[in-house]
Design a protein around this ligand. Structure first.
Ligand code: PGA
Length: 250
């Protein structure tokens, strides 16, 4: 059975002091929960401080991006070697990175391979924009992103990937995809292509999250969908209310 995973993507929010405060509130409140995996993804500057707060808990730590090279002249970038050993996860190919920082499917694939090689589990984001959604292009576009991200991986490696299906029109807009809509796109356009590449058995082991305006009052509906294995949460992960969201996911 796939263990659900709820990850908080803090994006470019929280100073180190603010991050410590939030992590300590979350730590206390979710300490007894073990049927859902909880992961915090603070900005790079707060990773070490948050890691200190969650050591000895089951809460996981994730970065929000990573370069594929181990080191080199890449000003402003962070490498897998720098994250390895303490970040269990790294978010790759978030739509904001694709849109504002020109990340490509090819780059996401290179990053996924580098992360896996360094024992960091990628959380790979895919999702269509509003035009694509309204023009009936969701399956082709999301399926293409999935195939590109998983290209060249072994079945074993692919099982370590978490996919976050995040329709761009639902991110930070308060406009979420309905649970049934998200569940069916995830089955058809995310798990489907993984099954075509690696076989049904492997596809059934890959965890797939929904993301886009997930809140404490709608998480349960998503969790009730058989193909949805948790959520990637932005805005609602920045407040202590995230604890309620996690509790409502159990
Ligand atoms: P949101 O963001 O929950 O604020 O919509 C989700 C995400 O971008 O991962």
């Amino acid at each position: 059975m796939r263990k659900p995973i709820i990850a908080g993507n803090w994006k470019m929010h929280k100073t180190i002091a603010e991050a410590v405060t939030l992590a300590s509130e979350i730590r206390e409140a979710v300490s007894g929960i073990d049927t859902v995996e909880v992961v915090l993804c603070p900005p790079f500057t707060a990773l070490a401080a948050v890691e200190d707060m969650i050591t000895d808990t089951k809460i996981g730590l994730g970065a929000q991006n990573m370069h594929w090279e181990e080191q080199g002249a890449f000003t402003g970038e962070v490498s897998p070697l720098m994250l390895k050993g303490w970040c269990e996860y790294v978010i790759l190919g978030h739509s904001e990175r694709r849109e504002y920082f020109a990340e490509t499917d090819e780059g996401v694939n290179k990053k996924a391979k580098a992360a896996l090689a360094h024992h960091i589990n990628p959380i790979i984001c895919v999702g269509e924009n509003l035009d694509q959604n309204e023009n009936g292009e969701t399956d082709e576009f999301v399926g293409g992103q999935v195939r590109a991200a998983f290209a060249g991986l072994s079945a074993e490696e692919s099982q370590r990937i978490v996919v976050a299906y995040e329709p761009i029109w639902a991110i930070g807009t308060g406009k979420s995809a309905s649970a049934a809509q998200a569940g069916s796109i995830i089955g058809l356009s995310v798990r489907g292509p993984i099954a075509a590449m690696f076989g049904e058995e492997t596809a059934q082991k890959v965890r797939i999250q929904y993301g886009g305006s997930v809140k404490e009052n709608n998480i349960a509906e998503y969790m009730a969908q058989p193909d949805i294995d948790g959520a990637l949460v932005g805005g609602a992960s920045l407040k202590a209310g995230f604890v309620e969201l996690v509790k409502n996911a159990v």
